[in-house]
Design a protein around this ligand. Sequence first.
Ligand code: TRP
Ligand code: ZN
Length: 463
Amino acid sequence: MRQHRRAIALLATFASLLACSPADAPAAAGHRPGASGIGDTDFPDDGNGGYDVSHYDLAIDYTPATRRLDGVATIKAGATQGLSSFNLDLLGLDVRQVTVNGSPATFTHQGGELTVRPAKPIDDRATFTARVRYSGRPQPATSTTNLGTFGFIPTADGAFVASEPNGSKTWFPSNDHPSDKATFAFTITVPAGVTALANGELTGEPTTSGGRTTYRWSERHPMATYLATATMGTFKLRKGSTPAGVPNLAAADPRFASSLDKLYKASGEITDYWSTVFGPYPFGSTGGVVDDYTAGYALENQTKPLYGGFEPDEGIIAHELAHQWFGNSLTIRRWKDLWLNEGFATYAEWLWSEHKGKKTADEIFEGHHNRPAGDPMWKYPPGRAKPDDLFNQSVYTRGGMTLHALRRAVGDGTFFRLLKAWAADNRYGHVTTEQFIELAERMSGKDLKPLFAAWLYQPRRPA
Ligand code: TRP
Ligand code: ZN
């Protein structure tokens, strides 16, 4: 890698000596390297600067027995500055070739950063297509903090692919940060008998030739990279639609065959119920996938939440499906606002319990509020998720409690109108905590700053 980098630097110097008159020198033309991070100060290397992706076309060939992946990623983007070079996030794997607008580009690949220098610099506002051919054995990410194992996780029969918060770079080159959403197309080729499950809908029947089957999936709504999946393995499937007519696909590893019908029915019923509470379902299909990898957790992969090694109950299905609105359709710009995902999804679990005539949200809130003053949750203000402890329980539970405190303050009518307006106004977009507070104040006509300060930002138990 080092050698390669030095060679490129030499080449660049040589090229500039040969070719650059002052008038077309890169700096004079306003072309400069894109930043190696998108600007999330908690995750300085995540994402990249200088462009915005509109579409990923991922062609992936994977063989579970050898764990080898061959990929071609075609990335359509628009420059937000003149670019002499730009970065993509990619961790591990060998980059074979990069082209930009069809012409070979030089590149370096170090750590999680692939730096691409196009033959011709890219002008500000220009759209461009980068194509990356790569291959190797993907390795999941194992974070030094408390995120566990995530990204592309090989299994005996395929792979369990759950990439939050920044594990997409373990299986495709991307602008791996939620502040850049894009549409996706997947063409996944696996040995015949293996099922490949990606986001969105199948665009045709799978085709088999020479003992390999190709699945084509399309997610036509904008999606954050961490929600992309290409989960592969032996699966039992149930296809149909929810009672209200949303296409519904459930998949279960044979070890969890007995969960299939329950997952299918609960996902359908819950999708339809959330559509009445949060507003129309934002995507083209719903459902879920139960794999036998014992993650012990679930991820809200867009249109296909993924459950790792357990039979999901209605509570967790309600949680992951609520994320389709809060997190997936409405996406955070910065990880510090994670409570807008997890607090809402946790509160949705309480709403589901209330809906089913079990404990009410108020009873669940009271149970948590009664925790002793020394409970660690009171020390962790959920409105500012910490990068070294992003998924702290406070972001979930105290985040959910924040919404219940708000519901008590503004009343049920305003609260449920607010949830719908929040989802409608920001459908497919990006959100911040400040925007939520502003909308809550506007719709209630109340000064809610003290409430949000106490619940989201103070390191002590709110009264
Ligand atoms: N967002 C998930 C949830 O609460 C939790 C999660 C975070 C996760 N990072 C992950 C799950 C990585 C799987 C892989 O539903
Ligand atoms: Zn969640």
